[in-house]
Design a protein around this ligand. Structure first.
Ligand SMILES: [Zn+2]
Length: 75
């Protein structure tokens, strides 16, 4: 199962509602089970000159780039 190695975010489960406008009441808004997959990317980070490969979610990639930029600008 897809899992982020930084924040530990995993696949979520929920239901999909199809908005159907015709038919009988039972068929009006059929719900089916669905998955919410985490957007996982393989990314190499260089920490203290050592390359480390991580399966990281896009949310964490965004956070790390943002943080690295902030530290660079402050120095
Ligand atoms: Zn993450």
């Amino acid at each position: 199962m897809a899992k982020c190695q930084v924040c530990g975010k995993k696949t979520g489960f929920g239901r999909n509602i199809r908005h159907q406008h015709s038919g009988r009441w039972e068929r009006k808004a059929p719900r089916t089970n669905r998955k919410f997959m985490v957007n996982i990317q393989n990314k190499t980070f260089i920490i203290n000159g050592v390359p480390i490969r991580l399966k990281i979610c896009t949310r964490c990639i965004r956070t790390t780039t943002k943080n690295s930029r902030a530290t660079k600008s402050s120095v």
